[in-house]
Design a protein around this ligand. Sequence first.
Ligand code: FAD
Ligand code: SF4
Length: 484
Amino acid sequence: MSKFSMKERLEIPRQEMPTQNPEARRANFAEVTLGYTPELMLREAQRCLQCREPACVKGCPVGVKIPEFIAALCDEDLPRAVAEMKARNVMPAICGRVCPQETQCEALCILAKRGEPVAIGRLERYVGDYELEERVCPSSVRATPTGRRVAIVGSGPAGLTCAAALAGKGHDVTVFEALQSLGGVLGYGIPEFRLPKQVVQDEIDCLVQGLEIEVRLNTLIGRTFTVEELLEEEGYEAIFISSGAGLPNMVRIPGINLNGVMSANEFLTRVNLKKGYRFPEYDTPVKVGKKVAVIGAGNVAMDAARCALRLGTMRAQSNGGVPPEVHIVYRRSMDEVPARYEEFEHAREEGVHFNFLVNPVRIYGNERRAVSGMRVQRMELGEPDSSGRRRPLPIPGAEYDMDVDMVIMALGTRPNPLVFQDAARLERTKWGTVVADEETGKTTACPIWAGGDVVTGAATVISAMGAGQRAAASIDAYLGTGEW
Ligand code: FAD
Ligand code: SF4
C-alpha cells in the first residue's frame, strides 16, 4: 500500500519513461523506450489512489486486477505483483509495451480527468520484465490428459492464448502455423524497436512451458490440410481459427505494379523475419529508397516509416551515403491520425515528414519500371462519414508531384481467404471476416470456433488474447458436455 496521504499522492507527477534520444535511435533498431528504473516504478505506483470501484479495470479487455498489482508494487512485493497480473494477463511484457492503454485502462483512470492517468502500461511492462528475468511464477501445470484433440490455426496472440488455456485443461493441442516461427504479428509485424523479438520469444516460452503443445510450423491450412480435413481425416474434435487479417489492402491507382511499390506487411515481414533489423550482421535484400512515401497513418504506417528510416540510415552510415527522406502521406488531418499518439510523436521526433490532407492518385515509373515519383491530390475535410471521422474530399485542380522512389502502402488489412478453402459452412461478412459469437467464438459451423483479427478485422493484441481466452472456455465446455 502507498505510504503517502491522498494529497501527497495527487502531487506526484506522472513519471516519464526514459527513451533513447531521437538522433541515436533513428540509426538503430534497439528498443526506443527503456523501461522504468525501480525508483521510477515505485514513484509511479504510489500515484494510484486505490479506488474502491476502480474504473480502469473496466477499460481492460481481459480485466487485469490493476489496483491489486499496483498495491503489490507499492509494497515492493514483485512476486505478488506478478501473480496478480498473470491471473488475468499471460503476456504482460508484450501488452505493457504495445497495448493502446491511453484508450483502454488509462482512459478510465480517475486521474485521467486531471490529465495524468496512472501509467498502468509502463507498470505492467515493469512487472512483465521482472517475471521474464526472475521467473517467479510457477510454470503452467497441465491437468490430467483428456485425450481430446484440438487444432489451432494460427499462432498469433489469439491462437497462443487459446492453445495454452486448452492445454492447461489437459487437452491435446496442435498449433498449425503458416510461417517459420510462432507469434503472428508480434513476430513478423511489430518492429524490434517497439517490441524486441527476445521479449516475444521469452513470453511465449513462459506461456507454453510445460504444456506439451504440439507445434507445426510452415503448415498452411487451406493448402496442406483444409479445415474439414482436420476434422474428418486428422481426428481433431474442435478447431479454433485465429489466422488473423494479414492480407493488405492496396489502392487501385495507375502505377501500383511498379518496382518499388510494396505493402507495409511485405516490407515489415522482410525486415522482421529475414532479420533486416540486424544490419550489418544480416544484409537482408529489402530495398529502401532515397525518398520513401508511406501511404496511411495507422500504427502499421508508423512502423513501416520508422523501419525504412532506420534501415536506410544504417546503410548510409556504412557506405558514406545520404540517409533517406521518409514521408507519411495521409488523406485526413493530424487530428484523425489513427496511430497511437506515442508512436506518432516518436516518428516525428525521429525525422519522419508528415504530409496531411493529401491522397495519391498516380505513381510514375521510369524506363526500368521503377518508381520515379507520385502525383498527389490535396484534400479538405467534409462531414463525418460512417466511421465518425470527417470525410476527406478532393479540392478540384489542387494536385502536385512528390519526388519519391519508393511507395509503401499501409491502408489496412483483411483476412487471407486461403484458410476458408472448402469451408463453405463458415459464414463470412462482406469484409471477409468470419461470423462468430463475441462471447464464445462459436462460428456458424460446429465444431469450429474463431477469434482475433480474423473475426474483428485488424484490432489489438489484447482483444485477440481476450477472444482466445473466451473461445478456450467454450471449447472446453463443448468437449466436456458434447453440447454446441
Ligand atoms: P495474428 O497476430 O495476425 O496471427 C495470425 C497467425 O495466423 C499468423 O502467424 C499467420 O501466419 C497465421 N496464419 C494465417 N493464415 C494461416 C493459415 N491458412 N494456416 C496457418 N496459419 C495461418 N496491436 C496492438 O495492440 N498494439 C500495437 O501497437 C499494434 N501494432 C501493430 C503493428 C503492425 C505492423 C501490425 C500489422 C499490427 C499491429 N497491431 C497492434 C495489431 C495486432 O498485432 C493484431 O491485432 C493481433 O496480432 C491479432 O492477433 P491474431 O492472433 O488475431 O492474429
Ligand atoms: Fe491496460 Fe492492456 Fe494492461 Fe489491460 S492488458 S491493463 S488494457 S495495458
